[in-house]
Design a protein around this ligand. Structure first.
Ligand SMILES: C[S@@+](CC[C@H](N)C(=O)[O-])C[C@H]1O[C@@H](n2cnc3c(N)ncnc32)[C@H](O)[C@@H]1O
Length: 247
């Protein structure tokens, strides 16, 4: 059986270069032969979606993007949704469609490889986590270090500049949010970035994201079994990867 590393290399997704594959395999391997509902936020050229299709031969793969990408796929197990994954109504529509297709309104595994903006990462988590199946996993990629935001990194929204590679798509696609929206009020408060918020969650077992309502924070805190965060001591990229396992 091909390894995830080999599959990602063959499909030319940067999950290979970033050193994500061994970590993903650790969490996802036991689902390989199961009829799961798998969701990835962020399609770009479709490379990772094709990789997941190969890695999970019995899964239904739901691929979400703010850009129309349906022309990239021609497989009955890939279902493309043209939507903003940080919007509640879009998530509700997605779940209704997942229920129609699979007779189950649940997601077993999710990877957020969308805009990587603080606002989007937290809102998607808040709206989607209730639909994660018991014992399922919610992964967030490319979490920018708090220290890099502090030192003025132009990655992922801090400066209001178009962020990283991908031909500016993520920037345009998610209508870049200004600093004010991911910082507290008009103050610069790095405690609200995803890195710091998840770091506290790891320590205190309590989520306190400024982007989420009290009940969303409480739901996620109460229903999380385990959270693991991988950094550059394991990965080969300047960002973090987080796995939130549901009870
Ligand atoms: C890093 S690329 C995805 C790469 C792909 N997962 C891979 O590994 O080959 C990010 C994608 O997320 C999409 N995106 C950005 N913001 C989004 C949002 N709010 N909802 C859904 N997709 C979004 C962008 O249009 C872009 O295609």
């Amino acid at each position: 059986m091909k390894t995830l590393e080999r599959i990602c290399e063959d499909n030319k997704t940067d999950k290979f270069q970033h050193g994500y594959c061994p970590v993903y395999d650790k969490y996802f391997n036991k689902y390989r032969d199961q009829e799961i509902n798998f969701v990835e936020i962020g399609v770009f050229e479709g490379n990772s979606i094709r990789a997941w299709l190969e890695y999970f031969p019995k899964a239904q793969i739901f691929a979400l993007d703010v850009y129309e990408k349906s022309h990239l796929f021609n497989d009955p197990r890939i279902h493309f949704f043209h939507m903003d994954a940080s919007q509640e109504d879009c998530i509700n529509n997605l779940m209704a469609e997942i229920a129609k297709i699979t007779n189950r309104k649940k997601i077993d595994l999710l990877v957020d490889d969308g805009s990587h903006f603080q606002y989007d990462q937290m809102n998607s988590l808040g709206y989607i986590f209730p639909f994660i199946e018991s014992a399922g996993i919610y992964a967030i990629e490319d979490i920018v270090y708090e220290r890099d935001l502090k030192s003025g990194s132009q990655w992922w929204g801090h400066s209001g500049e178009p962020h990283h590679s991908v031909a500016g798509e993520c920037h345009l696609g998610s209508q870049i949010r200004t600093d004010k929206e991911w910082l507290a009020g008009d103050e610069i408060n790095y405690e609200n970035c995803t890195d710091a918020t998840l770091g506290r969650f790891l320590e205190n077992k309590t989520l306190d994201s400024r982007y989420l309502t009290k009940s969303q924070n409480q739901y996620i805190s109460k229903n999380t079994k385990h959270i693991s965060i991988y950094d550059d001591s394991t990965l080969t990229c300047p960002s973090k990867l987080c796995f939130i396992s549901k009870k």
